[in-house]
Design a binder for this molecule. Structure first.
Ligand SMILES: Nc1ncnc2c1ncn2[C@@H]1O[C@H](COP(=O)(O)OP(=O)(O)OP(=O)(O)O)[C@@H](O)[C@H]1O
Length: 306
């Protein structure tokens, strides 16, 4: 029965996928654990989305994202945009083979393939919140499962396209180098809890804890509390950032006097520059501003028990 089989959507271009060796390890781990599976390889960017729809149509309900945060993001979007199958019937697991692999860090899903497959076998799940972004300029809807942001955040994702060959450290390189050329602009942030108008470097809206290759830029994330953790960085200069690099990774940056944080279930963010980049889960999704709304406990992910 296809509904009991794991359907692997594999991105052979994601960061740490060296085709033959990793694929052999994955199939060996599924077979050793007697887990029934089927699979398909993506053939082009964003192909995950179509593959999800086809697989649902064929009767698959249990998915494994084999790749990085981008692969997972597009699978989530395929699942969220469709209406033919109730989300309660669907499970989504991850074997992290990307560059940053930020979403898995919140749930301590290891890069070790045998251990990641063991988590799939244990099949412990949580219904996690999902973010719904409505892009104000392009009038399109995009879902996200980790962190979305605009301003310098999106600019770093754009710059990082050329530096990904450096691996996880590429995000830090892109951040530091990007600050030399990036110009902050005026942001307007509106939610029930707060209205802020200020010159800002970036604003991020988080469901989970990590982004940018292990940075912790949100305050007290809880992926199932029905709330976003919003962080707005105001006037960060190149030298302030250099002095605070460690704090980006240990999470204490949110206590910096130039960072404002709050929780909300809905927020609209606009900027004075129409070409401000927007990123969701490390994927560039458009420019301008967005409205973000939380969809509480929407999608069932297979996660580690620890
Ligand atoms: N066959 C393919 N050829 C080219 N691009 C692909 C293919 N399959 C998927 N993609 C795209 O590759 C992009 C990057 O994938 P992914 O994010 O998984 O890897 P990564 O960037 O190395 O990892 P991370 O986001 O964790 O840093 C996604 O936008 C995805 O849609």
């Amino acid at each position: 029965m296809r509904k009991d089989m794991w359907f692997l959507i594999v991105n052979p271009t994601s960061g740490s996928f060296s085709r033959k060796r990793k694929w052999t390890q994955i199939t060996a781990a599924f077979e050793a654990n007697e887990l029934p599976y089927d699979f398909t390889f993506t053939k082009k960017p964003h192909h995950e989305y179509e593959l999800v729809l086809e697989a649902l149509d064929k009767g698959y309900r249990k998915f494994v994202s084999v790749g990085g945060d981008g692969t997972l993001h597009h699978i989530v979007n395929g699942l969220m945009q469709q209406q033919q199958v109730s989300l309660e019937e669907i499970k989504l697991a991850v074997i992290p083979l990307g560059t940053g692999n930020d979403w898995v860090k919140t749930y301590k899903i290891p890069k070790n393939i045998a251990k990641a497959v063991q988590i799939i076998k244990d099949e412990h799940t949580v219904f996690q919140d999902i973010g719904k972004l409505t892009l104000l300029q392009e009038h399109k809807t995009v879902f996200f499962n980790n962190v979305a942001g605009l301003g310098f955040d999106g600019y770093v994702v754009k710059r990082n396209e050329r530096l990904k060959f450096l691996g996880p450290m590429s995000f830090l390189m892109s951040t530091v180098l990007g600050l030399l050329s990036y110009k902050s602009n005026e942001f307007s942030i509106k939610s029930n809890e707060r209205t802020i108008t200020s010159k800002s470097l970036l604003t991020i809206v988080g469901i989970c804890q990590f982004s940018g290759g292990g940075m912790q830029l949100t305050k007290e994330v809880n992926p199932t509390d029905g709330l976003f953790d919003v962080s707005m960085a105001k006037n960060f200069t190149f030298w302030t950032l250099i002095r605070n690099v460690v704090r980006l990774f240990n999470g204490t940056i949110v206590n910096h006097s130039e960072v404002e944080t709050f929780k909300t279930d809905s927020v609209t963010i606009e900027t004075s520059q129409k070409n401000t980049y927007i990123q969701a889960d490390g994927e560039l999704i458009g420019t301008g501003g967005f409205k973000a709304e939380i969809l509480p406990k929407k999608l069932q992910f297979v996660v580690s028990l620890s």
